[in-house]
Design a protein. Structure first.
Length: 76
C-alpha cells in the first residue's frame, strides 16, 4: 500500500500514522474495512459481519488514535 492509497482511503492524516499503516503490511481493502469498523461498527454488526481480524484491528487502533486529533469520521 502506498501513501496515496492511505490518503485516498482516509483523507488528511498525519505522516506518522500513514507510515504506521503502510508498515503494518495491510492491504487497501483491509484499511477500508478498518475504517468501516472504526466509524460504522453497528451497521457491520447488524449485517452479521464477523469481527475484524488482527491486522484490521491494528489498523482500527491507528485510525481511532489519529481521529482524536482530527475528524476522519466525516471522510467519505
Amino acid at each position: 500500500m502506498t501513501r496515496q492509497d492511505v490518503v485516498s482511503a482516509l483523507g488528511s492524516i498525519d505522516d506518522v500514522t500513514i507510515t504506521e499503516i503502510i508498515a503494518s503490511g495491510a492491504s487497501l481493502e483491509e484499511l477500508r474495512e478498518a475504517w468501516a469498523w472504526a466509524f460504522a461498527d453497528e451497521a457491520l454488526m447488524s449485517q452479521g459481519r464477523p469481527l475484524p481480524g488482527t491486522r484490521v484491528a491494528t489498523l482500527i487502533d491507528l485510525i481511532e488514535a489519529d481521529d482524536e486529533d482530527g475528524d476522519l469520521a466525516d471522510h467519505d
